[in-house]
Write a protein that binds this ligand. Structure first.
Ligand SMILES: C[S@@+](CC[C@H](N)C(=O)[O-])C[C@H]1O[C@@H](n2cnc3c(N)ncnc32)[C@H](O)[C@@H]1O
Length: 215
């Protein structure tokens, strides 16, 4: 489990509502955000696609004082809560959170790194592939693309995730998205040739994995 360090505590308490604070704390406890952050370049511009409330965007900014982070999400309410947290943390000069439409794609050559963290399974394969291609084009030559999804191994951890996401998208509607399709690992690897897979599931009940490639 990620350490509930000083930055994580600051982020959780920066959210204005109890529900958002609870969501941020659960997100922190259930996903290896600390390990994903360590895969980013230490500085430069970072795009966080599907940033939700911005928990990872804020963490990336707090952990790297020379990072400038742009987070985008289709959920305007989450973005608004994230913006208020950015203001409270005093990092408005380095973090921009923006609501986008589901058709949005990043501009070419705009970033030093682009990360998409537990979002692509909501898009369906075709749209996920379009987004990955756009993220590769969105980083400058030498820049880094990180695709974090739930992997297929270990199998039991993969199943735990399938059930949980089904409930989040179809029953409780906590997560907005057009489709629900856990992406096969070979799909991600074909879309990101040369990517290195980091298994991040140790200490978690889910098969967290991140694929990292340099453009
Ligand atoms: C499980 S949450 C992950 C949030 C965040 N990346 C994190 O790690 O905490 C998935 C997010 O993807 C967003 N999303 C779904 N479809 C999207 C799209 N087409 N473009 C951008 N964001 C999208 C949802 O609104 C939701 O906030």
């Amino acid at each position: 489990m990620s350490r509930f360090d000083r930055d994580a505590r600051a982020i959780v308490t920066a959210y204005a509502t109890p529900a958002a604070r609870a969501h941020a704390a659960i997100r922190w406890a259930s996903a290896p955000l600390e390990r994903i952050e360590s895969l980013l370049p230490r500085g430069g511009s970072v795009l966080d696609v599907g940033c939700g409330h911005g928990v990872f965007s804020l963490y990336a900014a707090l952990r790297g004082s020379s990072r400038v982070v742009t987070g985008v999400d289709i959920d305007g309410a989450k973005i608004e809560l994230g913006r208020r947290a950015v203001e409270r943390l005093g990092i408005a000069g380095r973090v921009t959170l923006t609501e986008v439409t589901a058709a949005w794609l990043p501009p070419a050559d705009g970033f030093d790194a682009a990360v998409v963290n537990d979002v692509l399974y909501l898009l369906g394969r075709d749209r996920a592939r379009v987004m990955i291609d756009a993220m590769i084009a969105a980083v400058r030559p030498g820049g880094v693309v990180i695709v974090k999804e739930i992997g297929e191994r270990p199998r039991w951890k993969h199943r735990v995730n399938e059930w949980q996401e089904l409930i989040a998208t179809r029953v409780t509607h906590i997560t907005a998205g057009d489709a629900l399709e856990v992406l096969p690992e070979d799909f991600i690897e074909r879309a990101l040739p040369g990517a290195v897979c980091h298994r991040l599931d140790r200490g978690y009940p889910h098969a967290h994995a991140a694929w990292v490639v340099r453009r």
